[in-house]
Design a binder for this molecule. Structure first.
Ligand SMILES: [Zn+2]
Length: 298
């Protein structure tokens, strides 16, 4: 869920809660990630979020969203440079919400204060940022150097070059690195124009999702299996390392109960059976199980 008006955000969260609780495969959604609206209003860090709905952190608003989501919000991304941010982060962390730093223009000191207040994750690190930064004292280095922050990376081959991925994953350590798709509305669809929130976006033939008529990225059309292939190719990881960045690490960072031990008796059987074509570095999905129930057969 990205930045929008309070009514739209609450409405969308209500729809998501209905989907999670009502659809046959709803439990595939572990929880909701609210990205915004308390982010940087500036071009660059703001990314494709609409500026008119960016606003300062407000715990009352969070509680209205969490009520609309019927308690399913698990992760919140904000920019910690807002003066209200440390108190807001403390409140959410006390309630068990995972707080992430993202779409930010914070100083290194403000990053440190956010971590002190309870932030534990960087959202799609390296994206939602200015094209040019001070070479040393900047929010990317500050987050890379902070061992209490895990970090998510969009590995679609478009958002980040391999050199950044390699260095960032080494800086974080594999166990603190997560693969995220950042998949937006047009993912899995044919190229063309789509609505994302109130904005028009375009899926280009080379699989970029951009604001319509612009070059600014507005999410991705990436699938997890493709992300794992690209992680191996771009960051030089093994298959097992790349799979860990898509499975165990997110479960641990999101503090999902009973999901952190991997494939052992007693854990929920969410399984993907696939064949890995080593020469082509290609994953072929064969079967998918949700809670032990076959939900896809290729
Ligand atoms: Zn984002």
């Amino acid at each position: 869920m990205i930045t929008a008006s309070p009514d739209d955000m609450q409405g969308a969260l209500r729809n998501l809660a209905d989907a999670k609780e009502g659809l046959a495969e709803g439990e595939a959604m572990e929880g909701f990630h609210v990205e915004g609206p308390h982010i940087s209003p500036e071009d660059g860090p703001r990314g494709a979020h609409p500026r008119r709905w960016v606003r300062r952190p407000d715990a009352h608003e969070f509680h209205r969203m969490q009520d609309a989501a019927r308690g399913h919000i698990r992760l919140v991304t904000l920019a910690p440079e807002w003066p209200e941010a440390p108190r807001y982060i403390e409140t959410l962390a006390e309630e068990g919400i995972v707080v992430a730093i993202g779409h930010t223009n914070a100083s290194p000191i403000q990053i440190a204060e956010a971590v002190q207040a309870g932030a534990t994750l960087s959202t799609h690190l390296g994206n939602g940022a200015q094209p040019v930064l001070p070479r040393q004292a900047n929010y990317l280095w500050a987050q890379l150097a902070e061992d209490r922050l895990a970090a998510g990376f969009i590995v679609d081959g478009i958002h980040l070059p391999g050199s950044f991925l390699k260095v960032a994953i080494r800086a974080k350590g594999l166990e603190r690195s997560l693969l995220v798709t950042d998949a937006a509305m047009p993912a899995g669809c044919a190229p063309g124009r789509y609505k994302l929130g109130g904005q028009e976006v375009e899926l280009t033939p080379d699989q970029r999702v951009v604001l319509a008529g612009q070059t600014r990225l507005a999410g991705s059309a990436l699938r997890m299996d493709r992300g794992i292939e690209l992680l191996m190719r771009l960051a030089g990881l093994s298959l097992a390392q790349a799979v860990g960045m898509a499975t165990l690490n997110p479960a641990r960072v999101a503090r999902l109960e009973g999901r952190q031990a991997g494939l052992v008796p007693g854990e929920r059987a969410d399984l993907v059976e696939f064949r890995f074509h080593a020469a082509a570095e290609r994953i072929e999905i064969l079967k998918t199980y949700l809670s032990g129930r076959l939900v896809y057969s290729g």
